[in-house]
Design a protein around this ligand. Structure first.
Ligand SMILES: CC(C)(COP(=O)(O)OP(=O)(O)OC[C@H]1O[C@@H](n2cnc3c(N)ncnc32)[C@H](O)[C@@H]1OP(=O)(O)O)[C@@H](O)C(=O)NCCC(=O)NCCS
Length: 240
């Protein structure tokens, strides 16, 4: 794999918004963000002349402030870009980015017949499951970012996972969650395996993000064959 492919993973939000997710993007100047209810993630370009990855041209922050509006959340996802001092920190969370080790490596685990595709009409029950399991951010229109798969037990949605960020050559697997009463039955492993198979079949590689403290999820992903590529910090700021 050439560096060019891996470099897209250093700015997964910006690279998605400029490419595959352009129809779901809003833009002001050089600042980019997802449409409301799709995702809160925003991106600013790094200063190409600066040595440090967090260096960002000051005018870009004015663009982002105009795009989002005063008092709104600027969710910078994993970007190391540092806003001006009057942008109040809202959250900071240590995490890691994990990647599938190669295009030639087969996808993990068979999918199983009970894996179903979830569409817009499933959003209320997906939001319920997210509320109960807290896999990470998920909003009313997040399903528009990619394919979401689920497993039902006696008609009730008990597990799901889906595709989120799409930087060139990659698809992020996200919203992986299983209801507490349905855990330990291999549901998450089968859903992540099914999504990874879809991603690999179209010539891309799966990747994902996980909070450093989430040892159960890290064990799940490592067990399936994902490798840690980078430590990341998720950060959000309040627009002044
Ligand atoms: C993490 C989570 C999705 C696992 O769901 P699950 O359906 O119970 O997982 P599976 O049964 O498919 O487990 C597959 C493998 O993951 C690992 N694993 C899952 N839960 C684990 C735990 N609590 N501790 C350690 N390893 C665990 C094991 O290696 C397991 O394989 P094994 O059963 O052969 O030991 C579930 O605990 C959950 O919904 N957590 C809250 C939401 C969340 O954190 N999502 C991840 C966001 S990145």
């Amino acid at each position: 794999m050439v560096d060019r492919d891996l470099a897209a993973l250093d700015d997964p939000v910006g690279q998605s918004l400029l490419g595959h997710h352009a129809p779901l993007a809003r833009r002001y100047g050089r600042a980019l963000g997802y449409l409301p209810d799709v995702a809160t993630f925003a991106a600013v370009p790094a200063d190409p002349d600066a040595a440090a990855p967090e260096a960002t041209d000051a005018t870009v922050w004015a663009d982002l402030a105009r795009l989002l509006g005063p008092g709104e959340l600027a969710d910078l996802f994993s970007s190391p870009a540092t806003p001006p001092p009057d942008w109040e920190p809202v959250f900071e969370l240590a995490g890691r980015q994990m990647i599938w080790p190669g295009t030639g490596r087969p996808a993990p685990a068979a999918t199983g017949a009970d894996v179903v595709e979830l569409g817009a009409d499933s959003v209320p029950e997906m939001l319920d499951l997210v509320e109960r399991t807290r896999p990470g951010p998920f909003w009313k229109r997040t399903v528009e970012l990619g394919t979401y798969l689920g497993i039902r037990h006696e008609g009730t949605l008990v597990a799901m996972a889906g595709e989120r960020l799409r930087p060139p050559g990659w698809t992020e697997i996200s919203a992986v969650c299983t209801a507490p009463e349905a855990r330990g039955r291999g549901h998450a492993a089968r859903l992540v395996g099914a999504l990874a198979a879809r991603v690999l079949a179209r010539g891309e590689r799966p990747f994902l993000h996980v909070a450093e403290a989430n040892t159960a999820a890290i064990a799940l992903y490592e067990g399936l064959g994902f490798k840690t590529r980078a430590a990341v910090t998720f950060r959000g700021f309040r627009v002044p």
